[in-house]
Design a protein around this ligand. Structure first.
Ligand code: NAD
Length: 397
C-alpha cells in the first residue's frame, strides 16, 4: 500500500495532511509512506522530521503507482500544472474538495475513476469523531477570529478597574453557534468580553449559555430549523426579515461581530446588512468566517480586510492555515484515522458500505456517490442503489 502526502498548492495553504506522528501510524499499518519534498514546511515540519518517522521524501514522487493520496485541499486549480493529472486510475484521494464549486476536478476524478473520500462529508456521528476534520478546523477558525478581532480592536476586551477609572468590557456578538461559533464564544469569554450569540437551531441555546454567553432568541424559533443531521435549514424570506430585525439592535451595539452562519450546500445567509454596518460604532470589527461561501455580511470581500463606514471587515478565507502547527496536527490525525479504517492486512481495502466510508464518499469508479454534489453540478449519478442505512445527504463536499 503506497501512501503519498502531497505538498499543498493552494495559495496561502500552510497545512499538511500528515505529521511524523501519523506517518508512524501509517507505517505501523503497513503503508509505504512517501512525502513530497517541502510538504511540511508551512507547518514547521522538516523533510528530515518525516524521514526520521520512516517516510521517504522526494521532490518528484511517482504519482502513477500511488494507492492513497492525502492532501488538505483539492480544487480545480489543483489540476493546473500539477502531477495530480498523472495519479493512477482507480487511486483513492482524501482531502477537502469543495466539490460543488470544482466541476473540472470532479469531472477529472470521474474520468480517472478515483475514489474520492471528502473530509467535508465525514458523517457527524460518534464513531467518526476522530475523523471530523470540519470540526477540528472550524474550532481553530473560531478561536483565531476572536484573536484577530482582539488584536485590531481599539479597546480592551475585559472590564478593568483602573486608577484612571473603569474600562467597560467589549461587547461581542457571535452569529452561528456551531463548532466555530462555540469556540469563538469560549475564547471571547476567556478574554473577558460580554458575549451574545444567535442561531436558528434550538439545541444551541443551552450550549451558548453553558459557555457564559447570552442567547439572542430569534423572533419565533422555528420547530423545523434543524435537519436530522443537526445542520441548519435555509429559512423562508419572512423569517429572514424578522431575524434581521431582531439581530440588528444587538449588532449595532457590538464592538466585535464574529459571523459563522452556514447552510450546507447553499450560499451563507446574509445577516449583516450594509445599513447595520453604517450604524455600528467606528472602530468596531466584523470577522466574517462565512466569506468563502458568499459571506454573512453584505460588505465583506473575500481575501481582503476592508474598512467600511469606519468598521473593519475581515474577509480572511482560511483561518486554520494561520495556526498551521495545530491545524496540521489535528487534520493529519483526522485523515490518518480514516485511512486506518480502510486498511485490511496491510492493504488498502476500504469497505465502502461502512457507514463512515459511505458517508464520506464523493465519487467512486466513475460514479458520483454524493447526491447533493451531483445535483449542484448537474452531473448524472449512475451509482448502484445505496446500502440499507441512510447516507448523509445534507453536506456538500
Ligand atoms: P455549520 O458550519 O454548518 O454552521 C454554523 C452555524 O450557523 C450552525 O450552528 C448553524 O445552525 C448556524 N446558522 C445557519 N443559519 C443561520 C442563521 N440564519 N442565523 C444564525 N445562525 C445560523 O455548523 P457546524 O459547526 O458544522 O455544526 C453543524 C452541526 O453538527 C451542529 O449540530 C453540531 O453540533 C453538529 N456536530 C456534531 C458532531 C458529532 O456529533 N460528532 C461534531 C461536530 C458538529
Amino acid at each position: 500500500m503506497r501512501v503519498l502526502i502531497q505538498r499543498e498548492r493552494r495559495q496561502g495553504e500552510t497545512r499538511v495532511a500528515a505529521t511524523p506522528e501519523t506517518v508512524k501510524q501509517l507505517k505501523k499499518a503497513g503503508a509505504d509512506v512517501v512525502v513530497e519534498k517541502g510538504a511540511g514546511e508551512g507547518s514547521f515540519i522538516s523533510d528530515d522530521d518525516f524521514v526520521q518517522a520512516g517516510a521517504s521524501v522526494t521532490d518528484k514522487p511517482d504519482w502513477s503507482d500511488v494507492d492513497v493520496l492525502l492532501g488538505v485541499t483539492f480544487g480545480d486549480e489543483s489540476l493546473k500544472d500539477s502531477p495530480l493529472r498523472t495519479l493512477r486510475e482507480g487511486a483513492t484521494v482524501m482531502g477537502f474538495f469543495a466539490a460543488y464549486k470544482n466541476r473540472e476536478l470532479v469531472e477529472f476524478a470521474l474520468r480517472r475513476k478515483w475514489t474520492c473520500l471528502s473530509m467535508e462529508l465525514v458523517p457527524r456521528i460518534t464513531r467518526a469523531q476522530k475523523m471530523d476534520a470540519l470540526s477540528s478546523q472550524a474550532s481553530i477558525a473560531g478561536y483565531k477570529a476572536v484573536l484577530l478581532a482582539a488584536a485590531e480592536l481599539p479597546k480592551y476586551f475585559p472590564l478593568l478597574m483602573t486608577a484612571a477609572g473603569t474600562v467597560k468590557p467589549a461587547r461581542v456578538v457571535v452569529i452561528g453557534a456551531g463548532v466555530a461559533g462555540l469556540q469563538a464564544i469560549a475564547t471571547a469569554k476567556r478574554l473577558g468580553a460580554i458575549v451574545e450569540a444567535s442561531d436558528v437551531r434550538p439545541a444551541v441555546k443551552e450550549q451558548v449559555e453553558s459557555l457564559g454567553g447570552r442567547f439572542i432568541e430569534p423572533p419565533e424559533l422555528p420547530k423545523d430549523a434543524e435537519t436530522a443531521g443537526g445542520y441548519a435549514k435555509e429559512m423562508g424570506d419572512d423569517f429572514k426579515r424578522r431575524q434581521q430585525e431582531t439581530l440588528a439592535e444587538h449588532l449595532v451595539a457590538a464592538d466585535v461581530i464574529i459571523s459563522t452562519a452556514l447552510i450546507p450546500g447553499k450560499p451563507a445567509p446574509r445577516l449583516i446588512s450594509a445599513d447595520v454596518v453604517k450604524q455600528m460604532k467606528a472602530g468596531s470589527i466584523i470577522v466574517d468566517l462565512a466569506v468563502e461561501n458568499g459571506g454573512n455580511c453584505e460588505l465583506s470581500e473575500l481575501n481582503k480586510n476592508v474598512r467600511k463606514h469606519g468598521v473593519l471587515i475581515v474577509g480572511h478565507p482560511n483561518l486554520p492555515a494561520t495556526l498551521p502547527a495545530d491545524a496540521s496536527m489535528l487534520y493529519a490525525r483526522n485523515v490518518s484515522a480514516l485511512v486506518l479504517l480502510g486498511v485490511k492486512e496491510s492493504q488498502w481495502a476500504p469497505d465502502l458500505e461502512d457507514e463512515v466510508m459511505d458517508g464520506s464518499l464523493l465519487c467512486h469508479a466513475g460514479n458520483i456517490h454524493h447526491e447533493a454534489t451531483a445535483q449542484a453540478l448537474a452531473i448524472q449519478t449512475n451509482r448502484p442503489p445505496p446500502p440499507s442505512h441512510q447516507p448523509q445527504k445534507e453536506a456538500v463536499a
